[in-house]
Write a protein that binds this ligand. Structure first.
Ligand SMILES: NC(=O)C1=CN([C@@H]2O[C@H](COP(=O)(O)OP(=O)(O)OC[C@H]3O[C@@H](n4cnc5c(N)ncnc54)[C@H](O)[C@@H]3O)[C@@H](O)[C@H]2O)C=CC1
Ligand SMILES: O=C(O)C1=N[C@H](C(=O)O)C[C@H](O)C1
Length: 250
């Protein structure tokens, strides 16, 4: 039996690519293409088992709650999630009327990006310094990227677990924010450049040495195997899953 899939944000860069990937995937059937202005109801979802959301950070949480209310499993690639918004989804999924629904939210579905996050967290405890540089197309609406935030948080957690203190940094004056955003103590720098798609570099430093871990998504095709895997797996999971790494044997 095939899995019926609705795509929310279907007219966008990712949504349109996901529609094609679903149509090309064995055992998946595209039953609805929804975009801004469409309601998310049983009728518009057109019998979907799973809805995939690639929309906008300002609307994705509301979409997920509406999709759970409509009784479908949800796969989310949209960024902008916080501990608080994750918690609200978790609580929603625990309500009796949401029984049987599950949600996967991943800041990045590309294997190279998922491995970059994993390798960076593994390496972090061995280095005094760690910074994240993300580089994206100039149409991206949010900065830093969801992937960079997740990477920085993974590095920070590993450093804390290893008992490392703050990264060394003698900066005394930085009126214009040249040192970038600071996510859990890790500096994150965002580049927006015509010609790029989605890229990230993690730089880790010790006296006399540097480790660079880099991921490059040259094409949105890079995200599709991860999205299709999540669509296939979401029905077998319970509650909220955060990150594609949870579906891989890393
Ligand atoms: N997790 C991952 O692997 C990836 C995540 N992303 C994220 O996906 C999101 C979308 O990125 P793009 O496709 O590049 O953006 P986009 O701007 O090309 O597409 C977004 C689409 O969502 C639609 N939309 C906006 N509000 C809506 C609403 N309330 N209901 C339904 N549709 C609505 C827009 O009309 C548009 O068609 C961003 O947050 C981006 O960071 C992007 C690439 C990979
Ligand atoms: O907007 C994008 O393009 C991307 N967004 C995600 C993010 O913010 O991490 C994933 C990937 O970097 C592409």
């Amino acid at each position: 039996m095939s899995i019926a899939v609705a795509v929310v944000g279907a007219a966008g860069r990712m949504g349109s690519t996901v529609c094609q990937a679903v149509q090309d995937a064995d055992g998946l059937e595209l039953v609805a293409r929804l975009d801004v202005g469409d309601e998310l109801t049983l009728a518009t979802l057109n019998g979907a088992d799973v809805a995939v959301d690639f929309t906008h950070p300002a609307v994705t949480e509301d979409n997920v709650h509406a999709l759970i209310d409509a009784g479908v499993d949800v796969v989310v690639g949209t960024t902008g999630w916080t501990d608080e918004s994750y918690e609200r989804v978790r609580e929603h999924l625990e309500r009796p009327e949401a029984a049987g629904c599950s949600v996967i939210i991943a800041p990045n579905f590309a294997l190279s990006a998922v491995l970059t996050m994993s390798f960076a967290a593994k390496a972090a405890r061995y280095f005094e310094s760690a910074e994240v540089i993300e580089l994206h197309h100039p149409n991206k609406v949010d900065a830093p990227s969801g992937t960079a935030i997740a990477t920085a948080r993974g590095i920070a957690a590993a450093r804390a677990e290893a008992g490392l203190g703050p990264v060394p940094d003698a900066t005394e004056t930085d009126p214009d924010g040249a040192r970038g955003a600071v996510v859990d103590g890790v500096h994150v720098h965002a580049v927006r450049l015509r010609g790029l798609t989605a890229h990230e570099e993690v730089v880790l430093g010790n006296p006399g040495e540097q480790l660079t871990i880099r991921t490059d998504s040259f094409d949105r095709a890079s995200f599709m195997p991860g999205v299709v895997l999540a669509v296939r797996e979401v029905g077998a999971r319970e509650g909220l899953t955060i990150g594609l790494d949870q579906l891989l044997d890393l």
